[in-house]
Design a protein around this ligand. Sequence first.
Ligand code: PNW
Length: 457
Amino acid sequence: MTSYQFPDSFLWGAATASYQIEGAATEDGRKPSVWDTFSAKSGRTLNGDTGAVACDHYHRYESDVKLMAALGIKHYRFSIAWTRIIPDGRGDVNEAGVDFYSRLVDCLREHGITPHATLFHWDSPQALEKRYGSWRSREMAQDYADYVTAVVSRLGDRITNWMTINEISCFTHLGYAVNADPPHAPGTRVKRRKDIWQTCHHAILAHGLGCQAIRAASPVPCSVALVDNPAVTVPIAESPEHIAAAQKAFPTCWANGGILYPVLTGAYSPVLLEQLGWDAPEIKAGDLETIHQPLDALGLNIYTGTYVKAADNPSGYECLDFRDSYPRLNMPWLWMLPEALYWGMRHISDTLEKPTLPLFITENGCAAQDTVNAQGEVVDLERIAYLRQYLKAAHRAVAEGYPLHGYFVWSLLDNFEWAWGYDRRFGITYVDYPTQKRIPKASFHWYAECIQQGRVV
Ligand code: PNW
C-alpha cells in the first residue's frame, strides 16, 4: 500500500494575488491598475464585476491570517500591487502602500507563516499603460525593476522568498491577442503576432532585470524565482515512443519554448523560433544574458495539460484535442489531467541546466459550483477529488527523485477570477461576498488533514 507520505521538509502552502483579493482599490494612495480600468468598462468581465472590493482582504488580513493558521500552512504566497507601492508606475514611492504589506508580513510571521511574495501578478499601473502601452514598450522592463528595488529595499529584511512575475504567457497573450477568449486587461488587440511576442520578450527581460534588482537590494540572502505556467505535454501512454513524443512536443509549445527556455537556458527554443519565422520578437544584444539569470527556485502553476501521442508525420508527434465529454472542472480550459503535474516536473527537469534547482507548485486547484447547504456547509467533493489526484501525482514526482520541494493550493479564498468575475470559485474557503463571511469548505478541512499528516489523505 502506498501511503503517499511526503518528506518532512516538503512545504505546504496556499496562494492568492493582490487584485483578486485585496479590494480597497482607492485607499491609502493606491492608483488604478489596468484591471481597474478594464473591469470598469462595460462588457469586459462577467456581470460587470470588478476587484474594487473583492474579498476586502486589505481590511481583513488579520482574520485571514488566522484562517491560514487554522489551516495549518506554514507558507503563504501572495502578490504585491505595484500601484500601492508606486501609484504612477514610476516615480515617487507611496509609503502608506508599503506599510500594508509590512503589517501583513509581521502578522504572518507572528503566526509562524513564511511569506512568499510575487512582485507582479498582472496588475500593471494604468499610468504606464497610458504613457507607453505598458508591456508593449521596452521601457516597462526598467520601470518594473525600479519598482522591485523600492519593494525589496523596504521589505527585504522580512521577506526572503521572492517571485518576479506570475505566468508571463497568460497576461501577455490574454491581454493583447486578437483571439484571446475571454480577453484580459488591458484588452488591446495587437495587429501582428510579432507584437504579442514582443510583449512577452519585454516581460522576460523585466524578469531578468528584476532578479538583478532583488539581489542588489536585498539586505539578507534570499531566494529568487520565476512563476511560470508551462504547457504540459502528457504522453497518452507511458511507453517509450509516446514518452519521446511528449518530450519532443514540450519545447515547441510557445509558452515553454518562448519563456522557460530563454529564462532557464539563455536561448529561445530553436524549433519554436523556426516555427515563428517573421513573428519572432526583436531581441537586442545582451537581452538573453539579462534574461538568463541564475535562479534559486522555479515556481510552476499546473492545472491541466495536453495529451500527446507518437505519430507518423514530420514532427513525430500529435497533440490530441479533448472532446466535450472529457472530465472537466468549472472552467472551459480546466481538463482533469493529474498526470500533468508529474510530467511537468519531468519535462522541466530535462530542460534545466541545474537538475537540483528546487521546483515548487505555486498554484494548483480548480473551480467548482460551490453553494452553502442548509447546515451552512460547502461540500466541494469535486475539489477534494481533483486535489487528491494532483497531489498523488506530485508525490510520484518526489518519490522518483524530481526536485519538487513544495505545493501551494490555489486558492486560500474564493476571489475575483479575472474576466469571469466572482462567478467562478477557486477557493478552499467560501467567501459570501455580501457579508464577506469566510466559510471553510470540505476541501479546506481535507487539506488541513493532509498538512497535519504530511501525506495525501
Ligand atoms: C492562473 N489557462 O491563471 C492565475 O495565476 C490565477 O490568478 C488564476 O486565478 C488561476 O490560475 C485560475 O484561473 C490561469 O487558460 C489562467 O490554462 C488561465 C489558464 C491557466 C491559469
